[in-house]
Design a protein around this ligand. Structure first.
Ligand SMILES: Cc1cc2nc3c(=O)[nH]c(=O)nc-3n(C[C@H](O)[C@H](O)[C@H](O)COP(=O)(O)OP(=O)(O)OC[C@H]3O[C@@H](n4cnc5c(N)ncnc54)[C@H](O)[C@@H]3O)c2cc1C
Ligand code: FES
Length: 354
């Protein structure tokens, strides 16, 4: 394992195992500390263009075993390469594990958990389930897991194994959009009405202490609304969205500054213990402006989803175009997604180390 000054660490891939026809599990020789539900940002150059993607760690946090599972996306740059060409012994640059899709564990708790995963959204959910079952010996976990077909269901054997190891503490409802196996309630893509029925039938309990939901934006938003309407406190719902508007294989560099660029604000960024001044030009996000003077600024999706670019506003104001990565509580504490933030005051001060 080697680390570079821009915050990336180079890991050695120890194994690439086929999980389903279109997904692989990638394990690393090296360990990095992580919490259940967190993800790694990986980067790789394709034809000279840097691509960054997030992949959730799919191991129990107490194991410390670092691994991710990657599903092929049609036309996708990184996932196509990873599922077809990545081999043991290859090197991958990663940022330290990050993300807020996690919570504080309590060994003596008798808490109950509602988990919802769709497709590759199982990766952090698996980590959360395995960690909770290992660290909270009296906790109960209900998982609703939606896939196209049983063939395309990721981590299937591992989930069965987890259920066998924690008999009576993990219940799993497998649902399929293109297969009829568990009756009408577990078939088809669930709309709001079906989500209400799943709650009533106990497949998605709304009386749990925590709900962790991971999958496409629309499904997660519907499920959150349904659970809250059925009585689950909004603060108990944790969401992770995998769908991004990342633009594929295009340059991640900020816009070039020319003679006609108009300065709209100035800023100060604290990053890796060092303070740097920067100018913001019309059209810049805060990340664009910081990246111009600090190439080590952290980011991945650039579309307000992964929260890799988060920082705390120490002074001044910004407006976020979209925010799928931060909770209301984090926003109230001053966190912003710098890739989505545009200044509303002439000077701003952001702290990436907070
Ligand atoms: C926090 C987080 C955790 C995640 N964890 C996982 C995980 O554990 N496992 C997993 O498999 N995935 C995960 N993802 C998704 C992952 O980061 C990638 O988005 C996914 O693998 C697709 O990346 P790609 O490079 O293959 O596809 P991309 O190249 O980004 O393409 C995505 C889609 O956009 C289309 N597209 C590509 N280029 C363009 C373009 N120029 N214009 C228009 N459309 C275009 C493609 O056809 C494709 O359909 C996670 C995402 C987030 C945000
Ligand atoms: S880079 Fe993903 S939210 Fe900003």
């Amino acid at each position: 394992m080697t680390s570079s000054s821009d915050g990336f660490t180079t890991l050695v891939v120890s194994a690439v195992e086929r999980d389903t026809d279109d997904s692989v599990i990638v394990s690393f020789d090296d360990d990095l500390p992580f919490a259940h539900g967190q993800h790694l940002t990986v980067r790789r150059e394709f034809d000279g263009i840097e691509v960054r993607r997030s992949y959730s760690i799919c191991s129990a946090a107490p194991d410390g075993r670092l691994r991710v599972a990657i599903k092929h996306v049609d036309g996708g740059v990184f996932s196509t390469w990873a599922t077809e060409q990545l081999r043991p012994g290859d090197l991958l640059d990663v940022l330290p594990p990050a993300g807020h899709f996690t919570h504080s564990l309590e060994t003596s708790s008798t808490r109950t958990y509602t988990l919802l995963a769709a497709g590759s959204g199982i990766t952090p959910i698996f980590s959360i389930a395995a960690t909770v079952l290992a660290v909270e010996p009296r906790a109960l976990v209900s998982l609703y897991y939606l896939n196209r077909t049983s063939q395309s269901t990721m981590l299937l054997d591992e989930l069965q194994d987890l259920r066998d190891r924690h008999l009576g503490r993990l219940s799993i409802a497998y649902a399929f959009t293109r297969e009829e196996s568990g009756g009408a309630l577990l078939s088809g893509r669930p709309d709001r009405t079906q989500l209400d029925r799943l709650i009533e039938a106990g497949f998605l309990p709304a009386d749990s202490d925590h709900a962790f939901l991971c999958g496409p934006l629309e499904l997660i938003a519907d499920a959150e609304r349904a659970l809250v309407a059925a009585g689950l406190p909004a603060a108990a719902v944790h969401r992770e969205i995998f769908t991004t508007n990342q633009p594929g294989r295009v340059s991640l560099a900020p816009q070039a500054v020319t003679e006609t660029s108009v300065t709209v604000a100035t800023g100060r960024a604290t990053l890796h213990g060092r303070v740097t001044q920067f100018d913001l030009y019309e059209g810049d996000s805060v990340l664009d402006a910081v990246q111009r003077v600090r190439p080590d600024a952290p980011f991945s999706c650039r579309s307000g989803v992964c929260s890799t670019c988060q920082a705390v506003m120490r002074d001044g104001g910004v407006e976020m175009a979209v925010n799928y990565g931060l909770s209301d509580d984090e926003v109230a504490r001053g966190y912003v997604l710098t890739c989505q933030s545009h200044p509303t005051t002439p000077t701003i001060d952001v702290d990436y180390d907070a």
